[in-house]
Design a protein around this ligand. Sequence first.
Ligand code: SF4
Length: 146
Amino acid sequence: MSYNQWFQEHAAKHRAIMNKLTHLNEQEVIEYFRFENMVIQESEFCPLYAENKKCHDTPELNCYLCACPNFRFNDKGFKQEEDKTLFSTCSIESPDGDQYISETAIHQNCAGCLVPHRESYIKKVFDRDWLKIMSEVPCETNLSGD
Ligand code: SF4
């Protein structure tokens, strides 16, 4: 599955949940998206829920901003770095971010970063429309300028 396919499908799942939560205020919505509640209430939202498994090993994991507003992807690739294509990056260059590097591709690796999973951060960028928060994530730009 491409980044874009995942992104569109996830946006639809997020919207469907939000359509059920119109009676909740912002704080209640954020609390609803805590991992422990989501596993029970929204088992289809994330494939890891079936195993009661977290994507990050942290006691307080909130799933509202899966993915992350700072993630940038381009399914065609941003640029070539020698013989590899760069497909995704972090716009804030988080010190906790990393890269997966294969023989042909470079992808952003967010496994060690908790930025979008912290409720203080979610409150800072909160909008009921997930796509608005994520508006800069899909990129058409080719960074090599070709
Ligand atoms: S490294 Fe952290 S801040 Fe950067 S895109 Fe990944 S989760 Fe977001």
